[in-house]
Design a protein around this ligand. Structure first.
Ligand SMILES: [Zn+2]
Length: 374
């Protein structure tokens, strides 16, 4: 917002400058920004990037309020969704990159600006992204703008990526990429940018920002911008189950399937893994938290990559009918996942085997791949 943290940033800066000698203040400013130009090169494939996500305001400081939207709340909503996407991107086997994420707040807490930058500097983070929304005394002010401390820096590159992705996500007026002497941009020792996706005080912007899916699009825009900033193409990781192979040996005339009702969560509702059309006098469900390429299994292979670190985290036997009507449902809840020791972003793989009652051969179904959500 224009009247909140950004002004208090300037007040803090003025106060700080007044209490330091010129030389010390200059050294402090240097220590806050010297790493920026040096950190311009992406660390390359296989790197894990440390990101601090900073939802602006919180607690006793609501930030801007307009058209029924409270800035501290929408900032946090977008930030938490961005965190989830970065976790998914890390665990996802597809494109994107790997990330470690720290949040300056995860709930409605009051957090000082100094605590926010200290967290990032002491970690230390590779990137700092502060999420804000604007307001102005006139409801006619509208549009998207993004900030860095200076031009020609990695911060400005990240800022420009954020600005273009937010414009693509919301389609609001382009107010441009700008520089500002904001506390969180000045006192962070790594590339840092701050977004103001729109004006809560503008009926035009507020309608877009409160539309269904708007915070999802905003989180995706921040994800895409971070991905571009580390040199990879924008990539939206899958948050649902996906089958990872088709691997049925000893075809027996049925079409056995496996599916899941959603993404398993360490804090959310349970999901079910369902096997259908099983012809079997005996079958077993297997769930791994990591899998191994071409592991021999009764003459078949488990066609997934990586190495098994816990195998299996679940294994169950059942006895089914001698036609294609066999079915099982396995409920996977937060308690089960917690006991299994899996972490958010980790992938798990489920597959079941079945025994052909006539030939006494063993078949393997497709596998389903799921990413653990926080
Ligand atoms: Zn703000």
């Amino acid at each position: 917002m224009l009247g909140g943290v950004e002004n208090s940033d300037r007040q803090r800066a003025a106060l700080r400058a007044a209490t330091l000698t010129g030389a010390l203040a200059a050294a402090l400013a240097l220590s806050g920004r010297q790493a920026d130009s040096a950190a311009s090169a992406p660390a390359g494939a296989g790197a894990t990037y440390r990101v601090v996500i900073d939802p602006g305001h919180g607690g006793t400081d609501p930030g801007a309020i307009g058209n029924g939207i409270v800035e501290k709340e929408i900032n946090l909503e977008v930030a938490l969704k961005l965190r989830d996407l970065l976790v998914l991107d890390t665990g996802d086997g597809g494109g994107g990159a790997a990330w470690d994420v720290l949040m300056t707040r995860t709930d409605d807490a009051s957090v000082s600006l100094g605590s926010r930058t200290s967290l990032a500097n002491s970690w230390p983070a590779d990137y700092f992204v502060s999420i804000h929304h604007n307001a102005f005394s006139s409801s006619s002010a509208n549009g998207t703008e993004s900030f860095s401390f200076s031009e020609g820096s990695t911060s400005a590159f990240v800022r420009d990526n954020l600005q273009s992705e937010l414009l693509a996500a919301h389609g609001l007026l382009d107010r441009g990429s700008k520089t500002a002497n904001f506390f969180v941009l000045r006192e962070t020792a790594m590339p840092a940018a701050l977004t103001e996706a729109g004006f809560l005080s503008s009926p035009v912007d507020a309608a877009v920002l409160s539309a269904p899916g708007s915070t999802d699009r905003a989180a995706q825009a921040h994800l895409f911008a971070l991905q571009r900033s580390v040199g990879v193409a924008p990539y939206l990781p899958s948050d649902g189950p996906s089958n990872y192979c088709v691997n049925t040996v000893n075809p027996i005339g049925c079409s056995p399937t496996i599916s899941a009702t959603g993404s398993p969560s360490l804090s959310g509702p349970a999901v079910q893994i369902v096997g259908d059309q099983i012809l079997s006098r005996q079958f077993g469900l297997m769930i791994w938290s990591r899998t191994q390429a071409a592991t021999p299994f009764f003459g078949g292979t488990l066609c997934v990559g990586g190495s098994i670190v816990r195998t299996p985290i679940q294994f169950s036997n059942g006895f089914g009918p001698q036609d294609c009507s066999g079915r099982f449902e396995f409920t996977m809840d937060a308690a089960f996942l917690g006991a299994s020791g899996v972490a958010p972003g980790e992938e798990i793989f489920a597959q079941y085997w079945f025994r052909d009652p006539t030939a006494l051969g063993v078949g393997l179904t497709d596998g389903v791949r799921l990413t653990i959500r926080p």
